[in-house]
Design a protein around this ligand. Sequence first.
Ligand SMILES: O=C(O)[C@H](O)COP(=O)(O)O
Ligand SMILES: [Mn+2]
Ligand SMILES: [Mn+2]
Length: 550
Amino acid sequence: MSSDLSLQPHPSFSGRPGPLLVVVADGVGVAPPGTSNAITEASTPTLDSLYATELYTELAAHGPAVGLPTDDDMGNSEVGHNALGAGRIFAQGAKLVNKAITTGAIFESDVWAEAIEHGRNGTLHLIGLHSDGGVHSSLEHLYALLRRAADEGVMSCAVHILHDGRDVAARSALTYIERTEAVLAEINAAGPNRNYRIASGGGRMTITMDRYEANWKMVENGYMCHAHGEGPAFASAADAVETMYAESDAGDQYLGRFVVDRGAGPVGMIHDGDAVVFFNFRGDRAIEISRAFEEPDFDVFDRTSASGDPAPDVFFAGMLQYDGDAFIPKKFLVAPPEIDRTMGQFLCAEGVKSFAISETQKFGHVTYFWNGNKSGYIDEHLETYIEIPSDNVEFDTTPAMKVREITDETIDLLRSGEYRFGRLNFPSGDMVGHTGHLHATVEAMEIIDECMARLVEVIDELDGVLVFTADHGNADIMFTVDKDGVRHPKTSHTLSPVPFAIHDPNYDGEYHMIEAAAGSDHGLANVASTVFNLLGYEAPSDYNPSLVQF
Ligand SMILES: O=C(O)[C@H](O)COP(=O)(O)O
Ligand SMILES: [Mn+2]
Ligand SMILES: [Mn+2]
């Protein structure tokens, strides 16, 4: 496809005088009303009115519509924002790794060969999110790497597991541990002198998987645990989880770190010369730990152990390259999707000034993910990116998060008259939704609604256009009920469609929404063309079609 980034004016619509703002309400899907739906349980007069007009539809935000392998794959922020910002569907990490494993291409790479070489002479360490959530990682990928390493003669392999409980059931870690222990036992039984074991781990929201530099301490605690064996010792991973379950009612994502030690010291510390493979395919929560392992001059925290051991000098590789701008990590097993010709590139080539804003937890969603997993500005002179610092708290205690501050700042940006296009992410439907606390999520939705009322008012005043949508569901199903009537909090995303509403105060019937009904096959990748049209441009010809017809 051509690399031409020029946009043609729309033949019949030149846009409105004021700015166009896209609001992405993270995790705000559309599901039937009911006591488990935090959105319909909340009082949301502004959203209700946005959803009630003819310029409203619903969009697919999961499965193949966003480049995921199957219809059972829930959407997530990465694939959702990639589709919003790039206007086309790209085969995403999960799918690319599946394919590389099926074809065997992953094992023909030089990086794999080097990892095996280091593993044969020392230990191969595999670190990553330990679940079948399919958002950041896959157990099937882990097992394929383990089996192949054994076939290629690696005798010592240490798995460092991050409990999930956020993309899967809140307390499901033991199921996954049992599955992995069975695979490790099978590998150990199949050849002499093999030592495949789980070595360390902890909850994904306490160690290793921080994102957007919100809390480096998490990464430090994870690094010290995986590399130096620091943390409470248990005879097995299951023992660690069972003990922690008995101590509190925390879900897996919040469990503390552990090290496996059967009496002779940690079973899988990381030493000079070892190979470390981070097996997550999604980048946001993989970048910081990659840097800690691969940067020779890493200085965010001191990697020396409590007993004075320096950082091990290892061969490090990621499942994918997580940041295509900063080239993190340098070595990776599978090439990431090549998300090119993004909406931001077109707008910059056209000289359109724009802004992107959120708080830390979602800042990279509207910048890095939106721009096709590239972390920097496309054009610093035309773009303004604003990050409101997030608090490091459990978000059910602060359901407002920084939604009001994001709104205040957005209003200033809109009123400045500088920008023709802006995008923001409201984090709380998702971040509070992930805690599984219904009442906190209802409150989060009411605050979003209050802020939407303010944004609508400003868009009216400026004769602009507001687009309201989401990247995937989450707050729309907060618990499930089993056959015995017992409620189980649902901390993960949903398969629900997402809302897509246009608020255009100057609307005079110049266009209409295509198939303004639920169940259409339109998805998030149709939003970019729509935005181009509403700005007065024709959409690039290879983009998924616009949702409005003139
Ligand atoms: O990383 C996370 O917090 C969850 O796995 C997915 O949530 P997100 O896709 O909304 O970021
Ligand atoms: Mn999201
Ligand atoms: Mn989420």
